[in-house]
Design a protein around this ligand. Structure first.
Ligand code: F0G
Length: 358
């Protein structure tokens, strides 16, 4: 038996990794593909969850970051920069510090989850809160990388997309073919693009018999691709995907066409209902944005597009512990308060509704 070595070592040949690349890894990838009987029962489809919260910093970003930071170090970079709604900054901070270089991260002021902010600070990033939204942060990061000695590690860097496509390889390895549908959240559409590439490569290698139909979901208040226009003031509780001008917009449109795919918008209410369903019935804890693919499954299944018997993979992108507050909200917006009892067995049994054994 051996330990999983991270995506650059595991897929070195397919990512063009040679001795020349100093691999910076925290053991990312190799995440579980979890059958979800509760979702299969609701839809009649065979539903699997690709749980990307199991990566070292708790999101799929680590697959792209191991590649981007390794290549940055190979090219002699001493500092990297990114814009982020939180997860990219957490990942960039961890991989940069592991490599012994500096990370500067630009985040929208007051708009990223506490867990993610804490990660970036814990990993010693230079964290800057910008008085603007994510799209403003990305414009700044691109500007700085173009004019100063700092290497851009947002997904406009092709190394990020290359690393992230390994998730599709892993799905194919488990299922022994591509699924019929692959559903995932869309912000900048980098991950949507990455999965499409990974699946396309697998088909070209003759390992699979088809491309999955790629279905991407945006929050209704931040759905530029669905609307076909930039959203100036994107708004949603799913802070990870609060993005009005996606960086990989054109690539994503091309991938949708190539895979007979789809982009849909989901209300915050349905995102939170899917979040609850994943936690309470599947046993998988995610941050709100990550639940959107499950909401998309229910909607597309109701619409008759995803039919019974189909194989469906849903990527859930980030861990629930990054942004746990949503679990403590009731359906009607109230606050959950766990019951308090004295330290007494009979009292506890009473609350639990247990009868004493005869
Ligand atoms: N899910 C989560 C949890 C994310 O953090 C992101 C993006 C996405 C989905 C969307 O992925 O941008 O490739 O379409 N987060 C970026 C960040 C923007 O800064 O962490 P995408």
């Amino acid at each position: 038996s051996r330990q999983w070595r991270g995506v650059l070592h595991e897929y070195a040949d397919r990512l063009g990794i040679t001795e020349a690349t100093p691999v910076v890894t925290l053991g990312e990838g190799g995440t579980p593909l979890i059958p979800a009987p509760a979702l299969s029962a609701r839809t009649g489809a065979k539903v699997y969850i690709k749980y990307e919260g199991m990566n070292p910093t708790g999101s799929f970003k680590d697959r792209g970051m191991t590649m981007a930071i390794s290549k940055a170090v190979e090219h002699g970079a001493k500092a990297v920069i990114c814009a982020s709604t939180g997860n990219t900054s957490a990942s960039a901070a961890a991989y940069a510090t592991h490599a012994g270089i500096t990370a500067a991260v630009l985040v929208p002021e007051g708009k990223i989850a506490l867990g993610k902010l804490s990660q970036a600070i814990a990993h010693n990033a230079q964290l800057i809160q910008v008085q603007g939204n994510f799209d403003d942060c990305l414009d700044l990061a691109r500007d700085l990388a173009a004019n100063y000695p700092v290497h851009l590690v947002n997904s406009v860097n092709p190394d990020r997309i290359a690393g992230q496509k390994t998730a599709a390889y892993e799905v194919v390895e488990v299922l022994q073919d591509a699924p019929d549908f692959h559903l995932l959240p869309v912000g900048n559409a980098g991950n949507y693009t990455a999965y499409s590439r990974g699946y396309t490569e697998e088909l070209e290698r003759g390992v699979t018999t088809k491309l999955p139909r790629m279905f991407g979901f945006q929050a209704a208040g931040s759905a530029p691709i669905v609307l076909g226009e930039i959203v100036r003031h994107p708004d949603t509780i799913a802070s990870a995907i609060r993005i009005g001008n996606p960086a990989s917009w054109e690539l994503a449109i091309a991938a949708r066409e190539a895979t007979d795919g789809y982009f849909g918008a989901i209300s915050d209410e349905h995102i939170l209902a899917a979040h609850r369903l994943l936690s309470a019935e599947v046993g998988v804890f995610v941050e709100p944005a990550s639940a959107i693919g499950v909401a998309g499954l229910l909607e597309r299944s109701d619409a008759g597009v995803i039919s019974a018997g189909s194989t469906v993979v849903i990527t859930v992108t980030g861990h629930g512990l990054k942004d746990p507050q949503w679990a403590l909200r009731t359906e009607d917006g109230g606050e959950v308060t766990p019951t308090i009892v004295p330290a007494d067995a009979a009292e506890v049994a009473g609350v639990l509704g247990l009868q004493k054994a005869a």
